[in-house]
Design a protein around this ligand. Structure first.
Ligand code: ATP
Ligand code: MG
Length: 425
């Protein structure tokens, strides 16, 4: 027999029990986005490779070793998107959404990175993110953070995430800082690994982003970017902190927070949890005022974030232990047995869906004894069983059985919708 073909390592299937839960979570997240007036943008999963090289930066983990790039049949280099911001900016420029306008956008969808698969780290994963264009004040940075804080409250995980915040200043401030950092790194070159030694020359700030714990320890003595900030960035940052204080959002200023992508300036932030091991960053973002111009548009201030849905779901499972099955349950199960009854069942089910659009009603197919069919109703978690046998069908009636109380009554089919509505609340 031929060997079964399996899914690609690090690319997950999401089975029905999970998708029902995911839909509920995504529904909550989307409701919050709508409550701030943000609109959805849907973008292609594949873009031209140079878009990501230019936006994310050549000397970053993502571009150096994580992109899924391939030549299409024309020989053009294409890449499965590793993140959403680059495509969003590309589309904004292409459709004239940015210059002299204001946009508050969100997206959700799969992202692809060639990483070592482990808990909370996959090769295909999903992000939900938001991007705001055309606003330069710290108030919009604060709004994005308040929005994410509202997400955590809506999901009941506010106790399990903490906000880290930093400002990485202007391009000029970072250039001054880079000199100081490189001087420090040179002194300790023997303690750097190969990656960091190379980055010391190509993009020294990337060294701060290393996951090597020995080098992280060394970096405790390195100069900090905060001491090199320009005045405007300082004012922006203290403005943001003030707004967060006013809103009662606790945060820690982490001077080592730089984030893994090159396009950020000024505000950077992460929501972290201690409950997912080294995959502890659930959500990260910041300002990227230079990116639109860098990708060929007119200079437009911008700020955004991306949240990893797999890590969020893992955290939800650990922290609030949600009832996965509940999301997948049906309200009612239509038991049908007897000659010519299946046809009647189909008609009745459609009639009930017309009357109660939010009713989750499953119809039995393929016959089976009443006992078997009740077993199926149970398996799907139905609260109510509707029973249609030959005599009920002939009389235009149906038996309504409340499976929680055991109460059972025979009703005219025209009265069933009202009865269901009252049992199900
Ligand atoms: P990490 O430091 O964990 O590699 P990152 O800085 O590369 O994260 P971002 O590019 O900021 O991550 O992406 C935003 C969010 O997307 C992360 O905080 C995380 O929740 C999620 N994410 C990133 N990479 C992965 C992945 N390979 N698998 C699952 N989720 C991911
Ligand atoms: Mg990463």
């Amino acid at each position: 027999m031929a060997k079964n073909i399996q899914a690609i390592r690090g690319m997950n299937d999401y089975l029905p029990e999970e998708t029902a839960f995911w839909q509920r979570v995504e529904g909550t997240l989307k409701d919050v986005l709508a409550s701030y007036g943000y609109s959805e943008i849907r973008l292609p999963i594949v873009e031209q490779t140079p878009l990501f090289q230019r936006a994310i930066g050549e000397v970053t983990d993502v571009v150096e070793k994580e992109m899924y790039s391939f030549a299409d049949r024309n020989g053009d280099s294409l890449t499965l998107r590793p993140e959403g911001t680059a495509g969003c900016v590309r589309a904004g420029i292409e459709h004239g959404l940015l210059y002299n306008q204001e946009q508050r956008l969100w997206y959700v969808g799969p992202m692809f990175r060639y990483e070592r698969p482990q808990k909370g780290r996959y090769r295909q994963f999903h992000q939900m993110g938001a991007e705001v264009f055309g606003q330069q004040g710290p108030d919009v940075d604060a709004e994005l953070i308040l929005l994410t804080a509202r997400w955590w409250r809506a999901l009941g995980i506010q106790e399990h995430v903490a906000l880290e915040l930093n400002s990485i200043g202007s391009l000029e401030a970072r250039a001054r800082y880079r000199e100081a950092l490189v001087a420090f790194l040179r002194q300790h070159e023997d303690r750097l690994d190969e990656d960091c030694r190379r980055r010391m020359h190509t993009n020294p700030m990337r060294v701060l982003d290393t996951k090597n714990p020995d080098i992280q320890a060394l970096l405790n003595d390195a100069p900090v970017l905060t001491d090199y900030l320009d005045e405007d960035s300082q004012a922006h940052f203290s403005g943001l902190c003030e707004l967060l204080d006013l809103a009662g959002i606790p945060y820690t200023v982490n001077p080592r927070l730089v984030r893994g992508l090159d396009y950020y300036n000024r505000t950077v932030f992460e929501w972290v949890t201690t409950r997912l091991g080294s995959q502890g960053t659930v959500c990260g973002g910041g300002r990227y005022d230079g990116l639109v111009e860098q990708l060929g548009g007119r200079a437009t201030p911008a700020v955004g974030f991306a949240m990893g849905l797999e890590r969020l779901v893992l955290l939800l499972v650990q922290a609030v232990n949600p009832d996965f099955a509940a999301a997948a349950r049906v309200d009612a199960y239509l038991v049908a047995a007897g000659d010519g009854v299946q046809r009647e069942a189909l008609r009745l089910a459609e009639q009930l869906r017309d009357a109660l659009p939010s009713l989750r009603l499953m119809t039995n197919y393929g016959g089976g004894s009443f006992k078997k069919q009740f077993g199926r109703a149970d398996k799907h978690g139905a609260r109510v069983a509707l029973v249609l046998g030959e005599s009920e069908a002939a009389a235009g009636q149906v038996v309504v059985k409340d499976l929680a109380t055991g109460n059972q009554e025979t009703l005219a089919q025209s009265d069933v919708a009202a009865r269901l509505a009252s049992i199900l609340g």
